[in-house]
Write a protein that binds this ligand. Structure first.
Ligand code: BGC
Length: 692
């Protein structure tokens, strides 16, 4: 029988980087990761019976193309080790294994700020992965959005390690509740696409520890992720697949990761001995450096067999812990089931971010609209790279609005120039809805897709279209699609209402219509700070083979430079109106190891039900060297009927306030805690004194 890994909802483990992964009493990380008690003994037994060839064969993928259930690795069937079958995410099961539900892209789901929704999406993707007979889902993509021109921005969840870690952990728990392993990728500092195969990212240890690693720590220690994929790039001179620091010191030793590390695909492995000794366990998708070369290195005395044993142990442990030797029979019924399609629609609606609204939205159920723009009829669900999903049907924005308003109320407006009849149409409708933005020809994975975006701005033809539209009507609703921020110069004031729809998935047309009509409250919030122009962003160098990453991007960068965002991190409007009472702290003083609670009452003062996101930011005492102006440390959502109230309580473990010097340290003194609705709208202030 398949054994399902329990979904453990753990309290925060405290110190974001500390090796103390095991509580003094209670299960160890390995026991939580693999609750089936006798697995280590079974692994020992299997290892003792394997020949060197059998061991080294398992260290590399078996196929050079993803047939059937996906990319396979060899097992040892006589010992009940079945091998792995991997397929891509993260917006659904990859198109190369069959048609599947296409969810909104990761960035959209990051904008939901809703871990419960993301957990349900993980469960659905896990179910569909298992239905194809695969047992590893190559998702989530969880690299930091350093710059919106990054081609794979759409796959990840945003710019902030706390937000990313919480959302990714929920996804991993969902996937893994279905007996399928997730794979946290790409470890680490992989935030440029065009030079991904060669770029060397220099980053000091504080930058790595505070910005590029904490979310991975959370999916390892709280999400109990089964596997981690090393990134293509180098970090501080070492290929990620050969980085002793990343793979052994941090991931396996400090964080206690019990699973296996696979390389990113072609060009992701660069050596035999160095990579294995650094902690890479599996070369994918086919043996170039591992496999026979590994066997030869052991025979030649260049590689200690214990290193091979350790890698095989991790692979076999994972297969036995997940019950892969005896999987439940795969049923295709889950794939594109009505429940999954409904979830994709819900996700599209929950992800959309309303950035402007003068009252034009929501549309009445009986509204007439003029519909225009190059993407109104486009099946625009994202990149054509490894994350591409092939759904049976894609509901465009036009189809979604037709279904919601009735086709007779959705009047098509062609491109300008517009004559008197067009003007008459614009004068009679309740709103003109223009669907614009980016597509897979603008951004995506390199080699398989468009790579990094060439520039930050909206294509000039679309800016011209919006300008022209605004000259003809004052009820312009802009529905914008794309994987991350798009420069606002030249067009932003044409929008009386602006809805960021992302790449909204196969049911996106219905989900976006739900928000445009107010059937679902507009509850998405930006998972990044949206800069007005390229000049407000950190440098994006996708040409050089050496770049430096620092701690300053997104809201941290804008705060430091004193630049106002076009739309702040965490921003998004609701159709309801909200008030929050003065918050309270469970204790005014605390010390390392404590968790304080921050509570505040939220009132829905509007005349419709809605969803509100409370955000908590912390500012360090002045004594802390080079501290950011503020850092997101918690968030929670509440659904409230009109007129209803609820007290929201956020847990703040003091150790989460730590910064990296030569170790994690929490600066003693007066911490300022601020609460509000986005990074720049924080009306409530509390002081927490941290004692040494
Ligand atoms: C991508 C990975 C993906 C793999 C397998 C690589 O090019 O970087 O994210 O999982 O291909 O398709």
């Amino acid at each position: 029988m398949r054994r399902l890994l329990p979904v453990l909802l753990l309290a925060c483990t405290g110190d974001p980087g500390a090796p103390a992964v095991d509580a003094p009493e209670g299960p160890t990380l390995l026991q939580r990761w693999c609750p089936a008690g006798d697995v280590e003994a079974q692994v020992d037994d299997a290892l003792a019976q394997m020949s060197l060839d059998e061991k080294t064969d398992q260290l590399a993928g078996a196929a050079s193309s993803p047939a059937g259930a996906g990319w396979r690795t060899p097992g040892v069937s006589r010992l009940g080790v079945p091998g792995l079958a991997m397929t891509d995410g993260p917006r659904g099961v990859a198109g190369y294994v069959g048609t599947a539900t296409a969810f909104p892209v990761g960035m959209a789901r990051g904008a939901s700020w809703d871990p419960d929704l993301e957990r349900r999406i993980g469960e659905a993707m896990g179910r569909e992965t298992a239905a194809f007979g695969a047992n590893v889902l190559l998702a989530p993509t969880m690299n930091i959005l350093r710059h919106p021109r990054w081609g794979r921005a759409q796959e990840t969840y945003g710019e902030d390690p706390h937000h990313m870690g919480v959302i990714a952990t929920a996804f991993v728990q969902g996937v893994q509740s279905q007996g399928v392993m997730a794979s946290a990728k790409h470890f680490a500092a992989n935030s440029i696409e065009d030079t991904r195969f060669e770029v060397d990212v220099t980053a000091d240890e504080r930058t790595l520890r505070e910005i590029y690693l904490p979310h991975f720590r959370r999916v390892v220690q709280e999400g109990l992720v089964g596997s981690v994929m090393s990134a293509y790039n180098k970090v501080n001179g070492d290929w990620c697949s050969e980085s002793v620091f990343l793979l052994t010191q941090v991931l396996k030793e400090e964080w206690g990761f019990p699973g296996f590390v696979e390389s990113d695909w072609a060009f992701g492995t660069h050596s035999t001995v160095a990579a294995l000794e650094a902690g890479l366990d599996l070369e994918m998708p086919a043996p170039i450096w591992f496999g026979d070369r590994t066997r030869d290195a052991v025979i030649a005395g260049e590689l200690d067999e214990s290193v091979v044993d350790e890698a095989v142990r991790r692979l076999v442990r994972a297969q036995l812990c997940y019950g892969l030797e005896d999987p439940a029979p795969a049923s295709r019924d889950a794939v594109e089931s009505s429940e999954h399609l409904a979830l994709a629609r819900e996700a599209a609606a929950r992800s959309a971010v309303l950035l402007r609204n003068d009252g034009t939205l929501p549309l009445d159920a009986g509204a007439n609209i003029a519909l225009l723009g190059p993407l109104a009829d486009a099946e625009n669900i994202g990149d054509t790279g490894s994350s591409a999903v092939q759904p049976s049907e894609i509901v465009t924005i036009a189809e979604g609005l037709d279904a919601a308003l009735g086709p007779a109320n959705v009047l098509r407006l062609g491109p300008p120039p517009w004559g008197p009849e067009d003007q008459a149409l614009l004068d009679t409708v309740d709103a003109a809805v223009a669907v614009v933005g980016l597509t897979s020809s603008d951004e995506g994975e390199s080699l398989l897709g468009a790579g990094d975006r060439d520039d930050y701005d909206l294509p000039a033809t679309q800016v011209a279209l919006l300008e022209e539209l605004a000259a003809h009507t004052d009820r312009v609703v802009v529905v914008l699609e794309g994987g991350s921020a798009i420069g606002t110069t030249g067009w932003i004031d044409t929008a009386d209402a602006l809805l960021m729809a992302w790449y909204p998935g196969s049911q996106g047309g219905h989900g976006i219509a739900d928000v445009l009509l107010g059937v679902t409250d507009a509850s998405g919030r930006l998972p990044f700070a949206w800069a007005a122009t390229d000049a407000d962003l950190p440098t994006f160098d996708n040409v050089s083979t050496a770049v430096t990453y620092d701690r300053w991007h997104g809201y941290r960068h804008l705060d430091r430079e004193g630049i106002a965002a076009a739309f702040p991190f965490g921003a998004g409007l609701s159709y309801a109106t909200w008030e929050t009472a003065e918050p309270t702290l469970s204790a005014d003083t605390a010390t390392s190891g404590d968790t304080v609670q921050v509570s505040l009452r939220v009132d829905n003062t509007g005349d419709r039900a809605g969803r509100h996101t409370v955000q908590l930011y912390a500012t360090a005492p002045e004594a802390e060297p080079e501290a950011p102006a503020k850092v997101l440390r918690g968030f929670a959502q509440v659904d409230l009927e009109a007129g209803a109230s609820e007290v929201v309580t956020l847990d703040l473990p003091v150790d989460e306030l730590a910064h990296w010097e030569d170790a994690w340290r929490v600066t003693p003194g007066a911490w300022t805690l601020r609460l509000g609705t986005d990074a720049d709208t924080l009306p409530h202030t509390l002081t927490l004194t941290v004692e040494p």
